[in-house]
Design a protein around this ligand. Structure first.
Ligand SMILES: [Zn+2]
Length: 337
């Protein structure tokens, strides 16, 4: 994904002047989007369950207000703390609010860098809490989301893993819309932590402005591939930033004519029967994967780019946190201080 982003950055340099003129507003509206939130219970800095409760409460209150049914993808490694019961209670809150939960591996591993047996073991470990929570309500854990969107570097690896997934009756949850929310998230958390309310508000404004443009771009890209607008599956993270931005996000989806539907409903769109034959290191989203299957180009010449100050700030903060850090969507990024 990161390599792709840099490729996109180079392209975006050429078309800066075109960015304000994305014609998305002119497209007719009858679109649908399924919302998915990764890295539950809480993405980003999460010192205690009490800290996480604030984010969870706010996210779920906003979704309930809008009657959204979304799917959250859990990394159960986050439950490994002294306040484990309270952390598990955060997941229960998602179910109580009518949301679905899926598996995002136990420890947020990449299939590109993990032997397939170890990867399978990690995914199996990632359902030990979530599956029983769902079962207690007569439900079943059915969705899997690849961390970093990295699906392995060989056909054999991916086939072995996805055969195992099917044997456990999981389906892969693809991604056909994303807004790089993870890059805005660390600078936002940092501003909040420093008590810099103006800085946090500016990052949120920048995030929503970028989201508006990238959602418009994905609508164009969907049409370029299918000649119509597919139902999208939107990747977001269970972050403090999104908790604070839910009204803004709802306004953007409304303005773009996108109605929120469940992941099940979105996935019934025949677009999701398009084969994905991508094999390689990039954690590409599925429109890009299908663009090679279908031999149709995506309109990369007009893709908006994350503001460079945000991207730089995110990298700086991640490096400060962990000099071996990886970005949530970009496993193989060579970080330099
Ligand atoms: Zn993730």
């Amino acid at each position: 994904m990161i390599a792709v982003r840099w490729k996109r950055a180079a392209r975006a340099m050429l078309v800066l002047s075109a960015l304000t003129a994305l014609p998305s507003a002119g497209l007719t509206s009858s679109g649908r989007v399924a919302l998915t939130f990764d890295d539950l219970p809480v993405f980003g800095k999460f010192e205690s369950a009490a800290d996480g409760a604030e984010v969870t409460d706010r996210l779920l209150a906003g979704m309930t207000r809008h009657r959204w049914k979304v799917t959250g993808f859990v990394n159960e490694v986050q439950l490994e703390a002294a306040d484990r019961p309270q952390r598990i209670a955060l997941l229960q809150q998602w179910l109580d609010a009518g949301m679905d939960l899926g598996n995002h591996t136990f420890s947020h591993l990449s299939l590109n860098t993990t032997p397939v047996d170890a990867y399978i073991a990690d995914v199996a470990r990632g359902e030990l809490v979530t599956s029983p929570l769902l079962a207690a309500e007569g439900r079943r854990e059915r969705w899997f989301r690849y961390p970093y969107l990295e699906t392995g570097t060989t056909v054999a690896e991916r086939a072995t893993f996805e055969h195992w997934l099917r044997s456990r009756r999981y389906r892969v949850a693809p991604v056909t819309m994303e807004n790089s929310d993870w890059q805005f998230s660390a600078p936002y958390d940092d501003a909040v932590e420093r008590g810099d309310a103006r800085g946090a508000a500016a990052i949120k404004r920048s995030y929503l402005a970028f989201t508006r443009r990238i959602v418009g771009w994905y609508r164009l890209a969907g049409r370029a591939l299918f000649g119509r607008q597919p139902a999208f599956v939107f990747l977001l993270h269970a972050s403090r930033l999104n908790a604070a931005s839910l009204e803004g996000l709802a306004g953007i989806l409304r303005a773009e004519g996108l109605r929120v539907v469940s992941l099940d409903a979105g996935m019934r769109d025949p677009a999701y029967r398009t084969p994905d034959r991508y094999v390689g290191r990039d954690g590409n989203e599925w429109l890009e994967r299908w663009s090679s299957t279908l031999h149709r180009d995506l309109p990369f010449e007009s893709i908006p780019e994350v503001p460079s100050a945000i991207a730089a700030s995110d990298m700086r903060l991640e490096f400060k946190e962990d000099p071996r850090a990886v970005s949530p969507l970009g496993g193989d990024i060579p970080l330099t201080p």
